[in-house]
Design a binder for this molecule. Sequence first.
Ligand code: PEP
Ligand code: MG
Length: 765
Amino acid sequence: MLDSLRSIVQEVNAARDFGAVLQIIVSRVRKATRTGVCSIYLHDAQRDEYVLAATEGLFPEAVGRIRLKPGEGLVGLVAQKAEPINLDAAETHPNFVYFPESGEERFHSFLGTPIIHHRKVVGVLVIQQAERRRFDEAEEAFLITISAQLAGVIAHAEATGELARHLAPEEYLARRGETVFKGVDSVPGIGIGTAVVVNTVADLYAVPNRPADDIPRELALFQEAVEKTKRELRALRDGLAGHLSAEEQALFDVYVNLLDDRSLGGEVRVLINAGLAAETAWSEVIIEHVRKFAAMEDPYLRERASDVRDLGTRVLAHLQQSQRKERSYPPNTILIGEELTATHLADVTVEKLAGMISVKGSRNSHLAILGRALGIPTVMGAIDLPWKEMDGIAVIVDGHQGLVITNPSPETLAAYRTRQEEEALLTRDLEKFRDLPAATADGHPISLWVNTGLRIDSLLSLDRGAEGVGLYRTEIPFFLQDRFPSEEEQRKIYREQMEMFAPRPVTMRTLDIGGDKALPYFPIEEANPFLGWRGVRVTLDHPEIFIVQLRAILRASEGLDNLRILLPMISNIPELEACLALVERVYRELVEEEGYRLAKPPVGAMIEVPAAVYQVREIAKRVDFLSVGSNDLTQYLLAVDRNNPRVAELYHSFHPALLRALKEIAQGAAAEHCPVSVCGEMAGDPLSAVLLVGLGYRTLSMSASSLLRVKAALREVTLAEAERLAETALSLPDHHAVRDFLEESLASPTLARLLSGRKRQAVRA
Ligand code: PEP
Ligand code: MG
């Protein structure tokens, strides 16, 4: 049974949809337990009943018809008691209810186990047998294990609406009006528009369900992708000619043949002709075949599942490439994806973008940071969103509360439009701060810099009066390519940025990949990417990449002399020294050997790892400036993955432990006379900005869209007040206490208005 368990889990993972999962479970459990019947009853919350949702052994007509209240019949009793019931003669039990339409009169023994998610009985799994006997302990344990696996799947289906659709398809369609899904509030603002679903590159399980707009066109696209894949496979076979046995070579021909019309190709064409887009049809056919192979007893055949999956991925990649080129984006696009990245963003013009929603990721994922830079309302971590079904529907993104509202009613739409207008008014009002100095109420100047990475956010920054670029994330242009950009390509990109801001300083951070920033052409697969190969750990291991980048950065600064270089993820002194030596070497080579006339740029280190906090003075001694990466520092200090929506509620930049670390950094830097700034997202939050000033920071670098808000907030508070607030905040026990204290203490009308989006109750409440 252990073997069966493993293969059931594999099959379930490869299932196309919720209905397929239920069917797999009943058929495989019946087989594994060698019983006559296996059925799943699911809780219909609308009617508080357990309804037969899938069966093997009972009459199929009974599905959807047999319904039992909690406590009613044996199934209802299992649900009510939330514990298994194991009987050798079910019909003699006082709770037994007979349903003539089920055909269960032949079955005497009964074992039912509750399916429990977060203490709620979401269903009941039942096996029945003709022979009178009590099921043994191993069988009971097997059923309990399957039920536990199934619980999460059912809970997810309930949240996405798949469960309701499965239990009562007609009713579901009739009721399918406005629906609200919860995610993580990531970029404030309201976006109203039309959903455009984009896919995670070449992931068969992340293909939206899209109908074909033009069937002949979809057929042609499919043919083209098949031809390209065949050519690719033949080239691969020929390239490996000397290294493969005759049988292995023949396998390539098998794959090529699989693509033919007599095989998979034919099945896909049928689905396209029936009205599915090529991509959707292809993924459906492949997933079904992968599932069949994965379920086979023979280990050799079972392994073929991964070959079919690989073939599927190859064709899908070609299909997506042509579709990406053809894709059009309506005005007010709400971009939706299972895992949105900067690459998806590159295809849409910003003017058309009204909002972004990502199923994976959280508030401080890099996509959210880009969204913030561009001022695009964003919700991350919307894990229950039925995103595959959403292409083309009307959607509201409420970035303040982390809500996604699909098919909004006219009333909801009107309420959100009013809210949007109020926000536009606030943005216009903030314009008056553009030419006012950034300083506290008593005139202490605070330098406000910007974080950039895209051309568009640089333009926005200039418009907001930024004093310089505190962080240019060089990895962002790397994302927009399909290979590492050459030295000259990089030089041009950096030059444009430095020219745009000259004579103001531009801080170029060297490549910071790894963590949640994997380049599509340089994948890094690790169990713990944020604790793995990131930032300078990668570039020091690849001096060829590092040196090319340093040369490009330095050459780009020629004649401008406004460059600063920043090193990410410094966690120890030897790495810092190795980086500094490399910068020095590249600079010397350019100046002394190649004749470039370059001013020597200041070089700084990011403080974003707890180890660096404790060695801040040693680091400060060796560099020209420090920049605090509070995004990473928060995640490493609090042990909360910045990218994981499940722990988003624990990720707090008001945590007193973080505030103490920030104070220590500011003091350490001051003791070494080393300038220090903060370039993490907290610098762009009006409340946190006041706190940072109180903790001793005089330079803050943030998204362009936050700049005027922060300036407005700082102008409301004197330096002495900010220091007093920070001192008290440090002594408070937790982040809630800090937030409440700050909000109460900073209750001026201007600040209240700046914070209104965040504090406001749900429009829909
Ligand atoms: C940070 O960690 O705070 C930071 C600014 O860098 P990034 O967000 O790019 O990791
Ligand atoms: Mg960082």
